[in-house]
Write a protein that binds this ligand. Structure first.
Ligand SMILES: *Cc1c(COP(=O)(O)O)cnc(C)c1O
Length: 376
């Protein structure tokens, strides 16, 4: 690009960081000529819901038609399930699209978007992409510090992003904490509550977010089909939010943002209770085992409410990730997310976790004794 053209791009867009996705399996296998397993993007290790796959096969024959641009059936189904109006449901090209649209309809130069450090990078990118100021409050013990966030609100703050459970730390806050926070947020501030991992949360007092939404309308709850439903590749998420917000986002999205195959898959996946249950149970069992065995290696996994495990492993975190890659295990080093000493590992199948633990044992034991962490 010529320098002149580049200068036409607003400074706040030129300065944006690039979102770094987990490495694709094919790329690693080609580069290193090995068989690899991917534990880097928190996908469902059991695969897609079989009922969703069947629905996609059936929908394929209609692929010459534009999909339902209003995603009516899916919205009606979700509205019924959550006890809200279809007009309060927005279907996005992944919840990623909704994170972006929420900022686009509400933020501009001179305004502020608030979120936490050590949370999902797309929140910060969405805020900055609109020329707004990004305000980030530090985490407390790897968890959203909602008290400090409430104190950081100003009259210029128009959007707040929360992830519960949080990615990449895996922690969660409870209903009382959220209610207390919301009581300090003005009615004309939108709180985006990203619940991508809600199915995996363990604490009994998880926020009753939809109930809260029904009582006070400045909440936009985000859910995704990418995690427990196993449809990350089909790109589908939804928001439950105020009608005016949903209507505004509908004006900005592209006319057919969600494909017919994706809509069919989502409708079927919602009915596949067995797949959801099995996904949650496998995750619970395997997450527990991973935590126990990682602790036995002298590591300190942060208790997780998600389908991944976060742990600080010291200054060599990125070197260790690279060594694991050569062992055929793709994990996520978190330097670019603000944790230079941490990695995030998705909970895989029993077999995948076995392979990861064996690789981690080899890579970590080499360092045992040398590491300050193990002697602490
Ligand atoms: C995985 C994830 C999502 C899902 O994004 P999609 O675009 O729906 O695939 C959303 N939020 C968080 C915090 C996530 O970790």
């Amino acid at each position: 690009m010529t320098p002149a053209l580049e200068e036409l791009i607003p400074e706040f867009i030129r300065g944006l960081p690039v979102y770094i996705p987990g490495k694709p399996i094919e790329e690693v296998e080609r580069e290193l000529n090995i068989h690899a397993i991917k534990l880097a993007s928190n996908e469902n290790p059991l695969g897609p819901s079989p009922m969703a796959m069947e629905a996609v096969r059936a929908a394929l024959a209609e692929s010459h038609r534009y999909p339902d641009g209003g995603t009516c059936r899916l919205r009606e189904k979700l509205a019924k399930r959550h006890g809200v109006k279809p007009e309060e449901i927005f279907i996005g090209l992944g919840s990623s699209e909704i994170i972006d649209l929420a900022a686009r309809i509400l933020l501009t130069r001179g305004l502020t978007g608030l979120t936490s450090e050590g949370s999902y990078a797309p929140f910060s990118i969405a805020i900055r992409a609109n020329g707004a100021n990004l305000k980030r409050v530090p985490l407390r013990e790897f968890t959203f510090d909602l008290k400090a966030m409430a104190e950081a609100l100003t009259p210029h703050t128009h959007v707040v992003y929360l992830a519960n459970p949080n990615n990449p730390t895996g922690t969660a806050f409870g209903n009382d904490e959220l209610e207390e926070f919301l009581s300090r947020v003005a009615d004309d501030v939108l709180v985006v509550l990203d619940e991508a991992y809600i199915h995996y949360a363990e604490r009994a007092d998880m926020p009753r977010s939809v109930e809260i939404f029904r009582e006070r309308k400045n909440l936009l709850i985000l859910r995704t089909f990418s995690k427990v439903y196993g449809l990350a590749g089909l790109r589908l998420g939804y928001g439950i939010g105020p009608e005016v917000i949903v209507a505004a986002m509908n004006k900005l999205r592209t006319p057919f943002n969600v494909s017919g195959l994706s809509q069919a898959a989502a409708i079927a996946a919602l009915d596949d209770e067995q797949h959801v249950r099995r996904s949650i149970e496998t995750n619970r069992t395997e997450r527990k085992r991973l935590c126990t065995e990682l602790s036995a290696l002298g590591l300190r996994p942060v208790p997780s409410h998600t389908n991944f495990i976060f742990m600080e492993i010291g200054p060599e975190a990125s070197a260790i990730s690279e060594e694991l890659l050569h062992e055929g295990v793709i994990v996520r080093p978190l330097g670019w997310m603000g944790f230079p000493e941490a990695v995030r590992v998705s909970v895989g199948t029993a077999e995948e976790n076995e392979k990861f633990l064996a690789a981690m044992d080899r890579v970590w034991s080499k360092r045992a004794g040398k590491s300050e962490l193990t002697t602490r």
